[in-house]
Structure formats: structure tokens, C-alpha cells
Design a protein around this ligand. Structure first.
Ligand SMILES: Nc1ncnc2c1ncn2[C@@H]1O[C@H](COP(=O)(O)OP(=O)(O)OP(=O)(O)O)[C@@H](O)[C@H]1O
Length: 244
């Protein structure tokens, strides 16, 4: 059996008396698109936080990336090892053009010179199908979808093995979600393993090969997406409240 590229074993995270993530275990295979869903407050973002060490690691449990333990390592070391993430927020450098913003991300995150950074920025722009005529626009003036493209491209410039995306479809229209679907498939086909937290179930079901459902910090279900979402306990915990 192939070694998982990423695994969590009994990871937990407590904030005072609140156990936001409880004994969560799962494995992601190399090249996979792995979906994570669950009601608001079920611990999805906290799970991403403790895997990437941004801003904290787990209270207990083990996280392995390419077979090596990474829990307890500083966030920058985890990112440099090839595990990168995006957040539920806008452009990092609103006053810079999209092109400059991406080059700066490439220089800092990829630790490369300007020439290599420019090449990596071109590659990342191509992977997310960013409109070439819009690269000199200020990041703050881009459309909601273009900001998402730029955010994903900013994570791709350091050529991660695993990309973790936290609700990339939020705020997008239905046609834009279809564009995002194609974008994710394209990035995945380039060899990047993707973990995707998403409330838009149509997107999750379309792109994920496996789906993990969290509820109140615990794993409620895991498996083939269309089978998982038909389970009565999943319907009750999640779909009944947020189906789209
Ligand atoms: N830094 C923090 N300090 C205290 N409590 C926190 C912190 N971060 C998250 N929590 C709590 O942990 C629980 C899980 O939150 P989390 O943001 O991980 O859920 P989520 O599934 O990502 O929710 P959403 O779908 O709304 O983004 C919530 O009860 C939240 O209030």
C-alpha cells in the first residue's frame, strides 16, 4: 500500500475547556483530492491550523507529512517542506499589482531569486488560468474570483506537494464555482495533492475522491463522497442545515 502523503493520528486541540478537535485520524494519499466538510464550528479550520502549525499545533496526537512527524515543527518549516495552505481572506498585498504580489510571494515563500520568482509566478498564473491582461491590476481592484485565483497562485509559487484550501468557493457565483472546479482539477492534475474544506457541496462532491465529515470536533464519517453524504447521520448533522 502507498505511504500516505499526509496523516493525522488522534489529533486534538483544546481552547481552555473547549475541545475544538477531538481524536481526529485520517490519511491522504499522494495525488488525491480530499474533501472536508461539516457544520459551522465543527473544527475544520482548527484542523487545518494544527496540521500547518499556523498559528498553533495540536494539543495531542501526531501529524505526518511524507512519513515524517511535523507536529511541533514551526509553521515556516512545514510550509518549506511542501505543505501550504490558504485562508478565508482576501489578497495579501492589496496595494501591489497581481504580478508583483505573486513575485513577492515567490521570493519569500520559495526562497528564490527574482528571475526564478518571475518564472514561478508565470507558472502559477498559468495553473490557475489567470487572465494575462489583468496581471498589472492592483490586487484590491481584482474581482472576487480573480482574488481567489491570486490567493491559490500565491500558495503554488513555492511548488507545494500538498495544498490545503479553506473554503475557496465562498462568495463565488455558480459560474465562478464551475471555473474553480476546473482550476482545482488543473492544479491537481499537475501533481499537487489537495485538501479542500468547503461548504459548497456541489463542488466538494464533484472534485473530491474521498470526503471526511466532522461534527462537533469529531470524525462523523469518511469515505466515497456520494455514499458519505447519503448517510442518515450525516444528513441530520450537516446536509439538513446547509444543503445547496
Ligand atoms: N483561537 C480560538 N480560540 C478559542 N476558540 C476557538 C479558536 N478557534 C476556534 N475556536 C472554536 O473552536 C470551534 C471550531 O471552530 P472552527 O473555526 O475550527 O470551525 P469550522 O468548522 O472551521 O467552522 P466554519 O465552517 O464556521 O469556518 C468553534 O467552537 C470555535 O469557536
Amino acid at each position: 500500500m502507498t505511504t500516505p502523503i499526509l496523516s493525522a493520528t488522534n489529533v486534538s486541540k483544546s481552547f481552555g475547556g473547549l475541545r475544538a478537535v477531538r481524536d481526529v485520524s485520517f490519511e491522504v494519499r499522494p495525488g488525491e483530492m480530499f474533501g472536508i466538510a461539516g457544520p459551522n464550528g465543527s473544527g475544520k479550520s482548527t484542523l487545518f491550523n494544527i496540521i500547518t502549525g499556523i498559528p498553533f499545533g495540536p494539543t495531542s496526537g501526531e501529524v505526518r507529512f511524507k512519513g515524517e512527524r511535523i507536529d511541533g515543527r514551526p509553521a515556516y518549516a512545514i510550509a518549506r517542506a511542501g505543505l501550504c495552505r490558504t485562508f478565508q481572506k482576501d489578497a495579501e498585498f492589496p496595494d501591489l499589482s497581481a504580478a508583483d504580489s505573486l513575485e513577492i510571494s515567490a521570493v519569500y515563500n520559495g526562497r528564490v531569486d527574482r528571475r526564478t520568482a518571475a518564472r514561478r509566478a508565470d507558472e502559477a498564473f498559468a495553473l490557475v488560468a489567470f487572465d494575462g491582461g489583468r496581471r498589472d491590476m492592483l490586487s484590491s481592484e481584482l474581482s472576487v474570483f480573480e482574488k481567489k485565483q491570486l490567493m491559490i497562485a500565491s500558495a503554488l509559487v513555492s511548488r507545494p506537494a500538498v495544498l490545503m484550501l479553506d473554503e475557496p468557493a465562498s462568495g463565488l457565483t455558480r459560474p465562478e464555482i464551475e471555473q474553480l472546479d476546473a482550476l482545482l482539477r488543473n492544479v491537481n492534475a499537475s501533481g499537487v495533492t489537495i485538501l479542500l474544506i468547503e461548504h459548497v457541496l456541489a463542488l466538494l462532491l464533484s472534485v473530491s475522491q474521498r470526503l471526511l465529515i466532522l461534527n462537533q470536533g469529531e470524525v462523523l464519517a469518511e469515505g466515497e463522497p456520494s455514499a458519505v453524504v447519503r448517510r442518515p447521520d450525516v444528513v441530520e448533522a450537516y446536509l439538513g442545515k446547509r444543503s445547496q
